[in-house]
Design a protein around this ligand. Structure first.
Ligand code: ZN
Length: 276
């Protein structure tokens, strides 16, 4: 998927209008809300997302991403098969005049409404590709993606309450299978795994809360990894620090790329240097 996003003149980075618009739509799909939305709602909600999570010089003008996505065949502008091109002042005037209902096309919406895994993969792609350096947890929570499951109350309640949207996303991407041992624990409440930060959050490590700094692990490997008993080499082979023996290769999925800088940091600062 390539959104052909224009580059921001100031930051030289891809503008975030389309990724944010798609995340907004994914959140609506996750809640099974109506596919087509009145223009004023679209404008207000996407505009506020762009203001909060866009680049410094991203103007909060949602008519551009809506029109671009419509021209790519991903978005429907109901009863208006030939909307104007996404440039200049005409798009906003046109939207105000016609007040169209719009939203993702039927096939797109069906795909992401029915399948949590597909939705998670698209969200992960958008975060990794376009939304570095934003509070990814806050963004997922804001659009209502990876919300805490309702009615899941058990002895694990405390963990679930503390579970972040990003942690739920990484676990969905790996189908709750530990990236080190491949185990998928089944509880009466469903599969269980833990989201683990590679470079730890908070002092003194100050790791970022982003998808590229996370792993999906079983509780045992989470504990060993956090304690520095395991280190991940540059080739993603996991090594037992006490014996130097390889434990296995970290399993990866295409939608979840791990930032090698965080792996190096963990190996050097948490696991204490090259295994000997
Ligand atoms: Zn494991």
């Amino acid at each position: 998927m390539n959104l052909e996003t224009a580059k921001s003149p100031q930051t030289k980075r891809p503008k975030r209008h389309q990724p944010l618009t798609l995340l907004w739509a994914l959140g609506r799909a996750a809640r099974a809300e109506p596919r087509l939305v009145p223009w004023e709602t679209t404008r207000a909600e996407i505009g506020s997302l762009i203001s909060t999570f866009g680049l410094v010089d991203d103007a909060p003008n949602p008519e551009y991403p809506v029109l671009k996505l419509a021209h790519f065949g991903l978005w429907e502008i109901a009863e208006h098969p030939a909307p104007p091109a996404a440039s200049g002042g005409e798009p906003l005037r046109w939207m105000r005049r016609h007040q169209p209902l719009s939203g993702p096309c039927d096939w797109v919406y069906d795909l992401v409404t029915k399948d949590d895994a597909v939705r998670s993969r698209v969200a992960a792609f958008l975060l990794s590709e376009y939304l570095h350096d934003v509070d990814q947890n806050a963004l997922l929570a804001r659009v209502g993606l990876q919300a805490a499951p309702v009615g899941r109350r058990s002895t694990t309640v405390e963990r679930i309450v503390r579970d972040s949207a990003l942690s739920r996303l990484v676990k969905t991407l790996h189908d709750h299978m530990c990236q080190i041992c491949g185990i998928r624990l089944m509880l009466p409440t469903g599969p269980y795994a833990e989201g683990c930060h590679i470079r730890p959050l908070g002092e003194p490590h100050n790791g970022p809360d982003e998808l590229a700094n996370m792993l999906c692990l079983c509780p045992n490997h989470h504990t060993l990894f956090d304690a520095g008993a395991l280190a991940v080499q540059g080739d993603l082979i996991v090594v037992d620090r006490s014996t130097g023996a390889p434990v296995g290769a970290l399993s990866v999925v295409a939608e979840h790329s791990i930032d090698p800088r965080h792996v190096t940091y963990h190996r050097e600062a948490v696991a204490g240097g090259e295994a000997d």
